[in-house]
Design a binder for this molecule. Sequence first.
Ligand SMILES: NC(=O)c1ccc[n+]([C@@H]2O[C@H](COP(=O)([O-])OP(=O)(O)OC[C@H]3O[C@@H](n4cnc5c(N)ncnc54)[C@H](O)[C@@H]3O)[C@@H](O)[C@H]2O)c1
Ligand SMILES: [Fe+2]
Length: 396
Amino acid sequence: MNSFDFLSTKMYEFRVPPTLHFGPGCLGKVSGEAAKFGKRALLVTDLSMQKAGLVASAVNYLQAGGIEVAVYDGVNSEPTDKLIEEGLRIFRENGCEMVISLGGGSPIDAGKAIAAVATNSGRIHDFMGANKIPLPPAPIIAIPTTAGTGSEVTRVTIITDTANDVKMLIMSSLIMPQVAIVDPLLTLSMPPWVTASTGVDALTHAIEAYISKRAQPFTDVLALEAIRLMGKYLRRAWANPEDIEAKTYAMMASTLAGISFSNSSVALVHGMSRPIGACFHVPHGLSNAVLLPVVMEYNKMACPEKFALIAEAMGENVAGLPTAVAAQKAVDTVRQFCADLRIPHITKLKVTPEELIRLAPKMAEDAIISGSPANNPRQAGKEEIIELYKQLLLGA
Ligand SMILES: NC(=O)c1ccc[n+]([C@@H]2O[C@H](COP(=O)([O-])OP(=O)(O)OC[C@H]3O[C@@H](n4cnc5c(N)ncnc54)[C@H](O)[C@@H]3O)[C@@H](O)[C@H]2O)c1
Ligand SMILES: [Fe+2]
């Protein structure tokens, strides 16, 4: 079963960036694309990108194309309201006309937020929720260096409200980048734990987009292909960081998954993951990865046919199996996948059992407020979410 079954009864909207470059070496397209938006760019990035030489490569291409570049390399954590204010200051001081983000989801999300506040009055907090950005942001060119978030092709940015320890979900078609430049060569320098955690984030996007109540025929196709590619290539990309074929397919999977969830939605895993990130500063990919098998176990009874197809996409042979058995295979294969990638237990991520239990009610409330659990195929209220947080502590 997939969302095609409802084709005759629903309408769909599907948005992607106007321009997407993909493939090894396509970073070189950046100057030609930037020239379409002006002559002065803010490059939003982090220190790892400086160290890996990726900032120098991007700046060289841009300067050769006559673009002046101001570099803001301060996004050295998942982005906060304070980092956005600092980026905005540099954008304005340098009279920038566009934002170019280079990095993982953190610099890309920061760049989207800076571009939004640059053309609108107010603070980033004012835009929390869906469609709250009044005026079009400055043009955004997004260049990912992780095969994970898919932020280069999504209408989403996630910024931490530091006063309240909440990861604000900001969703608007206006922050869809004008240009995505997806060059797998930029992921070669990722440390293995980043390859694993960001790759499982992308797998989570694909699985949640596929089982979401907001899934649609176009997103199903992309989600299943993303699951298939991650299932086949992520372990290879993790085991051998120089395996360019595996890295290319992992990058394709993350971009497909990003397009898919941006037009469908994420669901309970992401709803529960953001509060873990905000309260315990666990990187996004890892908080998703510890949740994914537990939440899949919870969800499987709501859409067993879809779970059977997830198992098949992950490479399992489900021919002739009863649907419930095939659905269980999806859960088991994803649990083993995370184990193969050495995803640690939650208690190895600076999360103590006492604090998790103490904060679970607040985290459950924040998860529900984010809206993501409402898209989950199985209903989950505050009590169920608290129980799922507690289940993370099993098997320590
Ligand atoms: N906007 C969206 O659609 C969306 C979707 C999912 C997640 N997110 C957000 O994205 C953020 C996480 O992004 P992420 O998982 O890509 O991690 P990240 O950007 O925080 O990067 C993780 C670490 O890897 C390093 N790194 C990244 N690329 C590297 C490379 N090529 N070589 C060496 N080091 C590299 C970074 O410097 C950092 O230390 C979170 O804030 C999350 O909420 C956004
Ligand atoms: Fe994610």
